[in-house]
Design a protein around this ligand. Structure first.
Ligand code: 13P
Ligand code: SF4
Length: 372
């Protein structure tokens, strides 16, 4: 039986005129944890089905540790949304099982329309995606024709199809910096905190869609300061979807993979982590001598009921992975007419990040509009 949890959150605002977005609340089905014997049996079944179906698991850092470990053990990947996209595109398997949220499955399908992309639960979505409906977004773009449209990966295929560039939190700074240097003014959507962080860091001229992540938006600066006092030696690691006051307290600001790297590189023994607590599994596995403490979402001003864990990421289960592999249910479909245009900004991001990683110049990948 599924438990249904109502997750209320601040209404994303359309920054054109302050109108409230129509999404009233998000919801999630969180299934009960199977016992040890059932878990072991489900994992065995999944290992067998992956081979039989020529399939590979692509899991995000925020999903249940079982889905992270099993992905790695079976030749798949656990990663951030950027590397999930790259891995799914490049892997030879005919079927991808994407454990994460809907935009990750859609991105995989856009990049590999010939592959079958299965998701454990098609209702697993994201407040950023829900808070950026494509028609309203297109009107916002129409109102700013002089701006280059940069959208976060956490968006629908329709929104991507209107974008010039796609970014994830691990490459947004580099891409916006390069766009600014080439003279671009930016229209940014949908996460206002990440967008404002990028603006502060790069000085780019940006206008924002007013979306937020229901998980990161709830980290509390005041309570974080108190926690820091209790752990004076601890370093604070923050995902930039968090509010600016929380980011201001960070020793390192980064995407999921950036946070992992910072934890490995920094000398400290204790870390306070302001991102989804699904990350703690990988952080603890890779850093056995270090202590990781969740940043506070509770406090006098708290409203979040998801307690630093994304309710939609939590919908991914072993049972559903086994079920979709067996039946072929929950295949992601993207309108074929949309794919070529939606693919453009994704391809640009993947080419840019591949060049950056290879130490190649990226200037030629960004059209020059004149002086910045
Ligand atoms: P990454 O792009 O770092 O994987 O983050 C995705 C996300 O949904 C963060 O909340
Ligand atoms: Fe979306 Fe936030 Fe969940 Fe990430 S953690 S998928 S941004 S709601």
């Amino acid at each position: 039986m599924n438990t249904v949890i109502d997750v209320e959150y601040e209404q994303p605002m359309d920054s054109r005129d302050g109108a409230v977005c129509s999404t009233r609340h998000a919801w999630a089905k969180v299934q009960p944890e199977p016992g040890p014997a059932e878990r072991a049996a489900l994992k065995d079944r999944i290992r067998h089905l992956l081979k039989a179906r020529n399939a590979v698991m692509v899991s995000h850092y925020y999903v249940h540790p079982d889905l992270q470990d099993l992905a790695e053990e079976t030749g798949g990947i656990v990663s951030d949304s950027l590397e999930m996209a790259r891995f799914g595109r490049d892997h030879a398997a005919q079927t991808l099982v994407v454990s994460g949220v809907r935009f990750m499955g859609e991105t995989a399908k856009i990049l590999s329309p010939e592959k079958t992309v299965l998701m454990p639960d098609l209702d697993a979505t994201c407040s950023l995606d829900l808070g950026c409906p494509s028609l309203e977004f297109q009107a916002f773009c129409d109102a700013h024709p002089d701006r280059t449209v940069v959208v976060y990966a956490n968006t629908s295929a329709e929104v991507k199809a209107r974008a010039d560039w796609l970014v994830t939190s691990s490459c947004a700074l580099d891409i916006v910096r390069a766009l600014k240097a080439a003279g671009h003014k930016i229209l940014w959507a949908p996460d206002r905190h990440l967008g404002d962080y990028i603006r502060r860091e790069t000085g780019a001229d940006m206008v924002f869609w007013n979306g937020a992540c229901i998980v990161h938006d709830e980290f509390k600066a005041l309570e974080l300061e108190l926690l820091k006092k209790e752990h004076p030696g601890a370093k604070v690691l923050v995902h930039p979807e968090s509010p600016a006051e929380v980011v201001a307290l960070a020793d390192a600001v980064g995407s999921t993979s950036g946070i992992l790297k910072a934890a490995q590189d920094m000398e400290a023994r204790e870390f306070i982590v302001a991102t989804d607590n699904g990350m703690l599994h990988k952080l603890r596995t890779l850093n056995p001598g270090k202590v990781f403490i969740e940043a506070p979402t509770a406090g006098n001003s708290a409203t979040c009921k998801s307690c630093a864990h994304c309710p939609w990421m939590a919908m991914n289960t072993l049972a559903d992975v086994a079920r979709v592999l067996e039946s072929g249910a929950n295949a992601i479909e993207v309108d074929p007419a949309l794919i070529p245009r939606a693919r453009q900004p994704i391809d640009r991001m993947l080419a840019f990040t591949a060049a950056l990683r290879g130490g190649q110049p990226v200037g030629a990948l960004v059209p020059h509009l004149g002086a910045a």
